[in-house]
Write a protein of this length. Sequence first.
Length: 344
Amino acid sequence: MSDARGPSTIRDVAALAGVSVTTVSNFFNHPERMTATTRDRVGAAVASLGFSPSDAARSLRRGRSTVVGYISFELASARTPAITTAMGDRLAQAGMHLLSAVDGGDPARERAYLELFERQRVAGLVITPVTDLEPELARLRRAGLRSVLSAQRATSPEQPSVSIDHRHGGRLAAKHLLATGRRRLAFVTDTLELHQVSERFQGAMAAVAEHPDATLEVVTCPERSVAGGEDAAAQLLRRPSTSRPEGVFCVNDLVALGLCGGLRHAVSVPQDMGVVGYDDIEFARLGAVPLTTVSSPQERLGVAVAELLLAEIASGGARDDEPRPRQVELEPRLVVRASTTAAP
């Protein structure tokens, strides 16, 4: 509750409860120092006035924060919640809180969130970057703010990161399609500018380069979603059947599912066209044609990011006598299902 003077203050709570300001501070920070009677009296005053202490102010007074800032570029990925949940759970075990921000792939918003978390003096940062932030993160590291890159390997040995070997994942997908006898391949994506997507494409290109009679084209869809996959299917169906790809590697499972749905009345999957997704979301195995996909260990990634950041915060950046890895890379694996198992 507040009046025309503005929100209630800690002094208002102390006056109503008939205690000192220090006693009210102990109510929030050191309740074990209070008797049950005093604690109940202060609690009643807090409830009556609707007083809420400032976490930021308390963190500044203590010289530490329990908040970790997380900047990601999208929520559209069906696996993003798995990473965030695993990360948040592991941080919670250490008494930390995860505060997420989504920049939508906009470099300006990415920078704005980075500056916001710096001003809030968070305990640490996790970033799935859109742009090259390592010089800025190095500046923050010198100022005492630790960070970990998520889902992208750092270029500097000083910058901690946890990544997935997406190049290997792209290679797995293309090698599988080639092993089924398919030679005209396509990679469906909305962009090649994102590091993770570019790595998948480069891995597929490396596999195709081993077969002189094989080709790989890029089919552009408007977004990484089911609707984007349906749009790609419409593009392919406008072509003569002899110029369509025999195997398609999609940037993620949502695009792959949309592609299969868009093709279903005109093209048989996998007899006419094999389709491979990426991520191994739950719906991948439940489609009309269960989807072959590249499974990336998202939950393990979230836990590894949290643990690496906690280690960085605990060390304060000091070098340990026992060296620990600052760049962790996890390997994806191929999951073969019915969308590719019959050769053309």
